[in-house]
Design a protein around this ligand. Structure first.
Ligand code: XIL
Length: 320
């Protein structure tokens, strides 16, 4: 039977993709086999390997060993690549976050970083997450060394630097909890407008999609939210989709609800012109960042820990 990327492309999306766990691909052959099947995953994104602490752990010392795992795997399998992430408050080495900068010196640090990392992957990334998680959970701009130094001017600055470093990749702002169409979403709309008003290039908004079983918005409401952004002339994508159970073990009824939630998210992307693809943040309950970050929660993925397809897999296929 057809796999999810093939179905997604037939439904008009560019891809159905997954994050690649750099620590997992070489240690779990079942994981590697599913991840490498292009009919299942048409696109990869490194879970950690292209972040600042991985690519420039100390100033001017660049390292691409981890990021290249995703780039080389995608190349070998004929898969696309999303690239993640350039300017982010987290997984940011302390030489940046604790440095004492002014606008000029921090601009130079950002320019060097962006030029090197985007230069290394030039021509390989369908899109780059240029700024990641820049809005607080209840609205307002998220505190960071970038905000403290520049105010919101670092939004257009980051996009302008990225455009110069690689003019042929899509430039995204990426964040979580935009799906609920509340204060954070309003700020995200403002962010796009701020960048556009400054004359800087922004091509897309990434909806991370770290959602909760039973609390995921309906397909229609999700589509309405996506359209707030496509109305501004940018594309949208679900970039880190996982839907976790808030308590474990999950009942079989809860697994069905999880499947419906996944179908609503993927279905909303199919429904919106300008929603170009869906990426899951891992695909098996055997390997996921969720339990480490949300203790007691989990089983958020579309395969169980024995690599059996869950109801979520089938529910997604039914809307593609
Ligand atoms: C997570 C990874 O999955 C973990 O392995 C890592 O320890 C922390 O970061 N939003 C993002 C992703 O943009 O980069 C995060 O990935 C998950 C939340």
């Amino acid at each position: 039977s057809a796999q999810l990327n093939d179905l997604a492309v037939r439904a008009g999306l560019k891809y159905f993709g997954t994050a690649l766990g750099e620590g997992t691909i070489n240690s779990d052959s079942q994981y590697a086999a599913i991840l490498s099947d292009k009919s299942m995953f048409g696109q990869l994104v490194p879970e950690n390997g292209m972040k600042w602490d991985s690519t420039e752990p100390s100033r001017g010392q660049f390292n691409y060993n981890q990021g290249d795992i995703s780039a080389n795997t995608a190349k070998k399998n004929g898969q696309g690549l999303r690239c993640h992430a350039l300017v982010w408050y987290s997984q940011l080495p302390s030489w940046v976050s604790q440095g004492s900068w002014n606008k000029q010196t921090l601009t130079s640090v950002m320019e060097t970083h962006i030029n090197n990392v985007m230069g290394h992957y030039k021509g390989q990334c369908y899109a780059w997450d240029v700024i990641n998680e820049t809005i607080s959970d209840s609205g307002g701009w998220r505190d960071s060394v970038f905000l403290r130094t520049f105010g919101t001017d670092y939004f257009p600055l980051s996009f302008n630097l990225a455009k110069k470093a690689d003019p042929n990749t899509k430039l995204y702002y990426n964040d979580y909890n935009l799906e609920y169409n509340a204060a954070k979403t309003d700020y995200a709309v403002d962010l796009v407008k701020i960048v556009q008003a400054a004359g800087a290039p922004i091509d897309g908004v990434g909806f991370q999609g770290h959602l909760i079983v039973g609390s995921t918005p309906s397909r229609a409401n999700l589509a309405t939210t996506l359209k707030r952004f496509t109305a501004l002339g940018v594309e949208v994508a679900y970039t880190e989709l996982d839907i976790r159970h808030a308590s474990l073990p999950a009942s079989s009824q809860a697994s069905v609800t999880q499947g419906n939630d996944y179908a609503n998210v993927v279905g909303s992307c199919v429904d919106v012109d300008g929603c170009i693809g869906v990426t899951v943040w891992g695909f098996t309950d055997k390997h996921s960042w969720i339990p480490g970050t949300f203790p007691g929660e989990g089983d958020a993925m579309i395969y169980d820990s024995n690599y059996n397809r869950k109801p979520a897999w089938t529910s997604i296929s039914s809307v593609l």
